[in-house]
Each structure stands twice: as C-alpha cells, then as structure tokens.
Write a protein that binds this ligand. Structure first.
Ligand code: NAD
Ligand code: DAU
Length: 349
C-alpha cells in the first residue's frame, strides 16, 4: 500500500503521470495537488476523475502550512513532484513567478517530507521531475550526461537548477530519500499551446502564422510524453535513492525541420494541397538567450533500468496531431480568454 502525492497533476506531464499511476496501481492512493494555474486543467483528467484511488486537492505548493497539513492527513509514502512554472518565454517576462513556484515550492515540499518522514525511510521516495535545460546549451557535438556541469541560462532553467540543488541538499544533509530525473522536450496530447508543437498545430488548423524564433536552427530532443512517464514509473520503483537519471528521446530535430514535418503531416490529414501550410512559416525575433541545442545521453537509464523510448517520432507526432484534431473542444477551451492576451503580448497578433 502506498499513499502518493503527485504535484502539478493537472498539467501536461503531470496528467499523463497521474493517469498512469491511478490505472496501473489500483492499490495505491493517489492525491493530485495542483493550484490550477493557467497551465492546470482538470479536463486533462476527465477519464479518471471518479476512480476510487484518486483524489484531487486544489492548493499551492508554496503554502508550507497547507502542504504540511496535507502530509499529516494523507501520510504520504511517496512524492512525484511535477508542479512548476514551465515555459521559458514566460520566465523571461516574469522570473519571480519561477523562483516562487519552482524554488520556494520545491523547498516547501522537501521541508514537509523531512518533517513527516521520521521512520521507515527505506519505504519513502521524494522524486523530483526536472529538465535537461539545467545543463545549459550544447554546440553541434556532444550530449548531456548525468555528470555534465550545471549551466542554466534562462530564468526557467536557473529556477529548475536551483530546485535540483535543494533536492540534493536535502539528501546529503538530512538523508531524505530523493530521486531526480532530467528529461528532454516532451510532446503529446494535453500539451498547452504556448509550446512550439501544440502552438503550431493550433495555428495550422486556423491557418495562422507559424512563428519561428531566429533562423529555426535550434535543436531539441523530442520524447513522447507517455514514454517519459513510463521512465518515471521505472525510476520511482527501481531507481537508486540519491541518484539522477537523464531521460531523452534519441530524437534531435531543428525547429524548422520539425515545423515542416508538422505542416506536411497536417496537410495530408486536413486534405490540403502539398506545401500549403509551409507558407504560414514566419521567422520572428529570436528568444533572448536562446539555447542552441539540447541532446540527452540516456545510457545510464537504459543500462541500469532497461528503459528505452518505445515510439518513433513520425508515429508519435502523427498520434499527437490526430489527438488535437479529434479534441478541438479541449483546444478551443484552452485558447479562449487569457490565452489570447498572452499570445498578442508575445507575438503581436
Ligand atoms: P505544465 O506547465 O503543463 O504543468 C504545470 C502544473 O503545475 C500545472 O497543472 C499547474 O497548475 C501546476 N502548478 C504551477 N504552479 C503551482 C503551484 N504553485 N502549486 C501547485 N501547482 C502548481 O508543466 P509540464 O510541461 O507538464 O512540466 C511538468 C514538470 O516537468 C515541470 O517540473 C517541468 O520543469 C518538467 N519538465 C517538462 C518538460 C516538457 O517538455 N514539458 C521536459 C522536462 C521536464
Ligand atoms: O528541454 C526540456 C524543456 O522543454 C522543458 O523543461 C520546458 O518546460 C519545455 O517548455 C521545453 O522548453 P523549450 O523552450 O525547449 O520548449 P518550447 O516548446 O517553448 O520551444 C521549443 C523550441 O522552439 C525552442 O528552440 C524555441 C522554439 N520556438 C518556440 C515557440 C513557442 C519557436 O521557434 N517559436 C515559438 O513560438
């Protein structure tokens, strides 16, 4: 029997993780703690909201008294910490929001775990879900390994790096049983359309400009979100305490090639002329401090725990596009209201 706290379970990755744990482990009690910011959406969890082993709690991870009470009430044995401010562009506009949730929120959870976990430590796990962006930016060669020195370059990645350091500090100083994973770019259903792939899918549907920062030469290593949460499942149950695991897609794309692939597949699916959506590609001002390339070496995870991504990118992206085309109501809901204001403040129209 496990009582597990998932933070940020109403977000993109958190909702896939919550679904996996609620359905795969009916014997676990899963509590999803989420503040429901612009990125949190309970519609992401409609299919499991009435499951007997699932409870949703609305709350803020930075509220230490509230978090501590939650630990007292539910006697958590495990924490899967996903809640975060996650968008680099928003971190450039409002860095303090990232310090608050990503740094203070993480320390507040660590502190509650430290206070409440006094016995049976071998049965406890505090798992921090982090990002490859903490390692900084690669040139054309090389990969991030678990030994790569931290070199965060955006307010978002600096806040995630800081939270990783606090998690390790609680392991070394207080012997809190922690695990960390640093993952590359995810894509898939329920991805909020502020991020490149869902933003372009949305804009292609509506025949709107596809904004490419700079020359479109930046490279990201894309992983289907369901593969990410399967890796988290393996690390949570079998990874070593105190260790870090890199998770990646073995799947590098320049932004421009990726957007052209999206255009090609969507023209076919929407019955449009070959090349029609590519006409929407528009080069815009580059992101400040834009990291050139991320690429993960996930050898440790493969060798120690046997994890490999299961899906080829062309198949994953096809599934993702189909999901957005079949869930236009979800997309319409999240792109109404404040999204329009955000979009025009960043892109001008
Ligand atoms: P997301 O923005 O889609 O979701 C974040 C969730 O956290 C939302 O549900 C939001 O309501 C909640 N939240 C935000 N502030 C909160 C607070 N103060 N208290 C409680 N809940 C709060 O993020 P995501 O893309 O699903 O990312 C989840 C985690 O995975 C983050 O820690 C992120 O750094 C990490 N990560 C993301 C990616 C990616 O490609 N998306 C890759 C690697 C790692
Ligand atoms: O690497 C993992 C990280 O991936 C996660 O930690 C972050 O939470 C997640 O948001 C993601 O960060 P990126 O900045 O790489 O993702 P984003 O989708 O914002 O951008 C992907 C690339 O596309 C990046 O090089 C910037 C570029 N881009 C993005 C947007 C939104 C554009 O060219 N145009 C756009 O409109």
């Amino acid at each position: 029997m496990q009582n597990i706290l998932i933070t940020g379970g109403a977000g993109f990755i958190g909702s896939h993780l919550t679904r996996l744990f609620v359905t795969k482990y009916p014997e676990y009690n899963i509590v999803n703690l989420d503040a429901l910011t612009y990125a949190g959406n309970l519609n992401n969890l409609k299919d499991i909201e009435h499951a007997p082993n699932y409870t949703f709690v609305k709350g803020d991870i930075t509220d230490i008294a509230f978090v501590s009470n939650l630990f007292a009430t539910h006697q958590f044995t495990g924490v899967l910490h996903c809640a975060a401010e996650s968008h680099v562009d928003r971190s450039i506009t409002d860095p303090l929001a990232f310090v608050r949730t990503n740094v203070i929120g993480t320390v507040s959870l660590l502190q509650a775990a430290k206070e409440h976990w006094k016995s049976n430590m071998a049965e406890k796990v505090f798992y921090h879900i982090s990002t490859d962006e903490v390692y900084g930016s690669l040139g054309n060669e090389g990969f991030f390994t678990e030994e790569t020195a931290y070199d965060p370059r955006s307010p978002y990645s600096a806040s995630k790096a800081s939270s990783d350091h606090f998690v390790r500090a609680y392991f070394h100083t207080y012997q809190l049983p922690v695990k960390i994973s640093n993952c590359s770019n995810n894509y898939g259903p329920f991805h909020f359309p502020e991020k490149l792939i869902p933003l372009c899918i949305h804009n292609i549907i509506h025949k709107k400009a596809l904004p490419i920062y700079g020359k479109g030469e930046n490279i990201r290593d894309w992983l289907f979100v369901e593969d990410h949460v399967k890796a988290i499942d393996v690390i949570f149950h079998k990874g070593k305490v105190g260790e870090t695991y890199n998770i990646g897609g073995h799947n590098e794309w320049t932004n421009i090639d990726l957007v052209k692939e999206l255009c090609k597949q969507m023209d076919q699916k929407l019955g449009r002329a070959v090349g029609e959506s590519e006409q929407l590609i528009t080069y815009v001002k580059d992101r400040a401090g834009h990291d050139l390339r991320y690429a993960i070496d996930a050898t440790k995870l493969k060798d120690e725990l046997g994890w490999l991504p299961s899906l080829q990118f062309e198949e994953g992206i096809s599934k993702t596009i189909d999901w957005y085309l079949n869930n236009s109501e979800w997309l319409d809901n999240v792109t109404s209201g404040d999204y329009q204001k955000y979009y025009s403040s960043l892109y001008g129209s």
